[in-house]
Structures are given as C-alpha cells and as structure tokens.
Design a protein around this ligand. Structure first.
Ligand code: ADP
Length: 580
C-alpha cells in the first residue's frame, strides 16, 4: 500500500515537472513569436522617427543653402549696411522658425546676425570650417543652453570662391515637441553616445558608456542588462519609470545627420501573450492529466474492491466447505448411531423373547407334562386292554396317544419358531395362521386364567406382506398384554378379528375386557410400563418394538380405549394381493 502510494506520488511529481517543462517551452516559443511582429513594428517606428528628424532638418539645410545666396548678404559683403542684412536674417529666421542665423566673413567675423551672440561658441569649429572649404557643414551644438542643430552653408562670391558662410541653428526641442511622449521610446545619440534628440525628455544628455551602462548627466551610473531572444536583443534597465524596464532594443545608424537612432519597445504585452499561451497549455495538460489520474484511480479502486470481494467469496467458500465437511461427519455419525440402534433393537427383541420364554417356561413345562402324563396312562391302559384281549380299546388309546404327541409337537414347533431370530425379508403371510399359532402358544395360560377367546377366522384367507416370525411376535405381545390387563378383571374375554378396509388394508384387532390404557399417548415409548418393576413381568419394550416392526412392513400399529371399556389394538397392513 505504502509502496504503491510512493510510486503514485513519484509519478504525479514527474508529471508536474513535465508539465512545468512544457509550459516553459510554450512560453519561450510564444514569446519569440510575439517578439517578431513587435520588432517589425518597432523597426518601422524607428524609421518613421528618423525620417521625420532627417526631413525636418533637411528643410533647414535647404533654407541655409538658399539663404546663403540672399541679395542682402551680397550687399553686406560688398560693404552695405549691417542693419539691412540683420533685418533680412531676422525676417527669414522668424518666417522659418529658425533659432538663429549668422553671416560670417571667411575670417570668421560676424557680418550680420539675427540675434546677438558668438557663432563660434555654437558648435564644433570643424562644422564651420567645412563651410570655409565650400562644403555644407552640419553638427550638434548648444545655443544659450538649448540644444541646436547647426548647418554651415558656404557663401560663394562672383568668382565662385568661398566668400563667407551662413551658420543656421535649428532648435531641436521645437522639433521634438511634435512627437514627445509618443510610443515607443526613441532616442538619437551623437558619435559620443550622448542622447541629443528623444521623445522622452528625461533621457536627454544621458550617455551610453559601452554596452552595459548608462551615465546620467549628474554622473549616476545605471547598469544595462541585455539578453538575446530569437536573434533579438532584450534590454533591462531601471533608468526611469517611463521607460519600459524590459524592452526590445532596436538601433539604426543615420549617417546623413551623423546620429544613431535607438528604439526601446515594451515587451510586457508579448510576455503576457506568451504567459497566456503557456497557461492554457499547462491548464489543458493538468486537466487531461487530472482526468487520467482520476480514471486510473477509479480503476485501481475497482480492482481493489474486486479483490476484496473475491477474498470474501473465497473465505465464504472455505467456511461452507468446512461446514459441509462437518455436516458429512455428522451424517456419518448419525448413520453409525442408527446402525447401532438397530443392532441394539434387534438384541432387545431377542432379549424380550428370551424373557417371554422364561416367563412361559413354567406353563409350557406344565403343558408338556400334562399330555406326557396322559400318554403314560393311555399307554398303560392300552397295555392292559391288550392283556385283556380287547385290541379295539387298545387301538383307541393308541389313537389318543398319537393325538397328544401331535399337540406336544405343535407346542414345541411354535416355541422354536418364536425363539428363532428372523432375518428373512418380508413375504406374503396368512394372518389367520399367525393368530392360530400364537393362540396355541398361550393356550395353557388362557385356560388356567379362564379367559374366553372370541376368535372368528375370516371367510377367505387374508394375506399381508411381512415376516412370519416377527408378525407372530407382535400378535403374541398384543395377546399377552391383553391377558395381563385382564388378570384382575371379573369378565375375561379376548376378542380377535381380521377385516379389510376400502383402501386395500388388512386390519387385525385384539380387544380385551381389562381396565383400558392409562396413558394412551405413552404406550409406544420404550421402557414405558405400568407393570410391577423388578417383577420380571414388564420391561416396557414390547409395544415399542412391535410398533417398529409393523412400521418396517409399511403398516401401522394403533392402541386405544374401546367404547364399552377395555383396550383395543389394531394392526394395519397392506394386503398382499393389492400390493402385488
Ligand atoms: P410391558 O408389557 O413390558 O409393560 P409393553 O410395551 O408391552 O410393555 O406395554 C406398555 C404398557 O402399555 C403396559 O405397561 C400397559 O400399561 C400398557 N398396555 C399395553 N397393553 C395394554 C392393554 N391391553 N390394556 C391396558 N394397558 C395396556
């Protein structure tokens, strides 16, 4: 998590640095591009200013040349009055707006003047000397502290030789007045680098000293910075609040008037434009960068959520598998418990049977003893009849013996069947036969207890699906329970019936005249018994085992109290014919 955060922070910083770099490149390119038209406009401004200066000065140069040939000056040289010449010069200077005009002799003497003063103090003597040589002199100068431009035109005599010079001073301030304050800043310097003409008066008489400094008239020195941008020069200066601190610098030499023109064009606008372009580029980059960042963040968040979901699903799956395994284990344990229960039930059935056998053994031995005794006396009687020569009477006794032996055989057969543990599957069994066999088994008890048996076998045989031995056990259990219940009753009647119902069931009912069932809802509970505990009579298992067995044949065992007193038990089983 921390690592990925670091990585993202690093990427963001890298992106911001790239955007800053791009912004710088865009700014620089935009600046260079914006400077081009600025430099063209500035160059033409400078040309216009220079042309204007040159044109204005040219007028005065022509004036000097024309005026040098004025008749008044001819007259004055020929010895005419000074007043007339002065008047002509004054009139001409007044009309043309010239600051001063002096007519000098070749020796330098003032022959006429428009105003008082010494023309030699005006300017460099070389300027006037050029006129003496027949050429037109021109140069800068000062007249009573005012800047002037001086023209010196030769005055030619009749023979064509130089006979004098007319010196004309032009007030530069008057020329400047027209374009003062106009844009851009323009100034002209003399060969010494001094500012002599400018549209920014505060620059006057400043002197550029080399390439990197400007010197004010009071001697203060200002540093000049210069940068080259796209082949152009950008100057930085702090000379005056009216001169741009950062300006495109252009220069142009004017050999005609011996000056150099300079222009300083403010680059603030170009910078603003470049800044705007850079800002737009940076804003666009940041915008799309932010979009990209948001998109990747979104994807990252989704991926994280997905991962969490998958983890949770995996966890749930694991938990479910564990629960599943636990359930399987439980099912296996329950199956094992069920198997154990079935085994225990089978063992209990066997134990119950053995206990019943034990109970019955006294009666049975008595039952077997009785016919045995009878057989003995019949045998003795038979022998006596044979001795007496009465074979027919002996044969009758033998027949009785055979009957007795048959009865004993049946009793023993039933006992063996009862004791057998049945594992055979359910088959078709006749219900009436089972009732007969069971009654045979308990016959001695029925007789000794004086119970009336009301047993009417059905007209047609009724067969059901079940195990013969197990069904016998159920019927025996029902009959012995009935006999037990009637032990104290004055009337002892056992009613047994086999019927069918409309749904293809066989119904076997065993009804007694006992006191009835005390708690009908509990009789099928294992170990529920109302019989004397420890007497060996009841374990409370008979009905619950019987119930389980009938259920295993797909039938039902019900117990209830009969309307006229006593209990009635019903075994309901599917009839074999219908089942088949
Ligand atoms: P046991 O006979 O060992 O007591 P059973 O499961 O056969 O166990 O019977 C449980 C109980 O049901 C008996 O103790 C008795 O209270 C009641 N019972 C069963 N048959 C009858 C009946 N015919 N009349 C009244 N009560 C009965």
């Amino acid at each position: 998590m921390r690592r990925s955060f670091d990585l993202r922070a690093g990427l963001v910083v890298l992106f911001l640095a790239a955007v800053a770099g791009l912004g710088a490149v865009v700014w620089r390119t935009g600046y260079v591009q914006a400077l081009q038209p600025l430099s063209q406009a500035g160059a033409s401004d400078l040309t216009v200013a220079a042309d204007r200066l040159v044109t204005q000065l040219s007028r005065y140069r022509e004036f000097a040349v024309l005026m040098s040939d004025h008749p008044a000056l001819w007259a004055r040289r020929a010895g005419g009055s000074r007043e007339a010449a002065d008047a002509a010069l004054i009139e001409a200077t007044d009309r043309t707006g010239t600051a001063a005009a002096f007519f000098l002799s070749p020796e330098g003497r003032v022959l006429a003047a428009s105003r008082p003063g010494d023309p030699r103090a005006l300017t460099d003597p070389a300027v006037i000397m050029r006129a003496g040589q027949g050429a037109l002199g021109a140069g800068l100068g000062t007249l009573e502290g005012e800047r002037v431009f001086v023209f010196a035109a030769p005055h030619f005599g009749a023979a064509g030789a130089v006979a004098g010079a007319l010196v004309v001073a032009v007030d530069l301030a008057a020329l400047e007045r027209e374009w003062r304050g106009s844009l851009p800043t323009v100034y002209f310097t003399d060969p010494d680098g001094r500012v002599f003409v400018t549209n920014r008066s505060e620059l006057l008489y400043w002197r550029q000293d080399g390439a990197s400094s400007f010197v004010a008239p009071d001697g203060r020195r200002f540093a000049l910075g210069a940068d080259a941008v796209g082949g152009l020069t950008i100057r930085r200066q702090q000379m005056s609040p009216y001169i741009p601190a950062e300006a495109l610098y252009l220069t142009d030499a004017l050999p005609v008037i011996g000056l150099t023109g300079h222009a300083l064009i403010d680059v603030t606008e170009a910078k603003r434009l470049a800044g705007l372009q850079a800002a737009v580029a940076v804003a666009l980059c940041l915008f799309f960068g932010a979009l990209l960042f948001l998109a990747t963040e979104r994807r990252r968040t989704l991926a994280l959520a997905n991962q969490r979901l998958e983890d949770r699903v995996a966890e749930r799956t694991r938990a479910l598998s564990e629960t599943n395994a636990a359930l399987r284990r439980e099912v296996a344990e329950r199956e094992e418990a069920e198997r154990r229960l079935t085994r225990a039930q089978a063992e209990l059935v066997q134990a119950g049977k053995l206990s019943a056998l034990g109970q019955m053994s006294a009666g049975i031995s008595h039952e077997l003893n009785q016919p045995l005794m009878a057989i003995r006396s019949y045998a003795e009687n038979g022998a006596a009849f044979l001795d007496r020569g009465r074979p027919e009477a002996a044969a009758e006794n033998l027949g009785r013996i055979s009957q007795m032996a048959g009865r004993m055989g049946r009793i023993i057969q039933n006992l063996r069947a009862f004791a057998r543990q049945e594992a055979a599957p359910a088959t078709e069994v006749g219900l009436a036969g089972i009732v007969d066999a069971t009654l045979d088994l308990v016959e001695p008890r029925i007789r000794s207890e004086g119970v009336a048996v009301d047993w009417v076998p059905p007209n047609a045989p009724v067969t059901v699906i079940g195990g013969e031995v197990r069904l016998g056990q159920v019927v025996l259990n029902l009959i012995t329970n009935a006999l037990d219940a009637m032990a104290e009753s004055p009337e002892r009647r056992l009613r047994i019936r086999i019927d069918g119902d409309d749904h293809g069931h066989a119904l076997l009912t065993v009804q007694d005249t006992g006191p009835g069932i005390a708690e009908p809802e509990r009789i099928f509970d294992p170990f529920y018994s109302t019989k004397a505990v420890g007497s060996g009579e009841g374990m409370g298992l008979g009905l619950s085992i019987s119930y389980g067995m009938i259920q295993s044949f797909g039938g039902k065992l019900r117990g209830a109290n009969a309307a006229g007193g006593g209990a009635i038990f019903t075994v309901e089983l599917d009839r074999a014919r219908e089942a088949a």
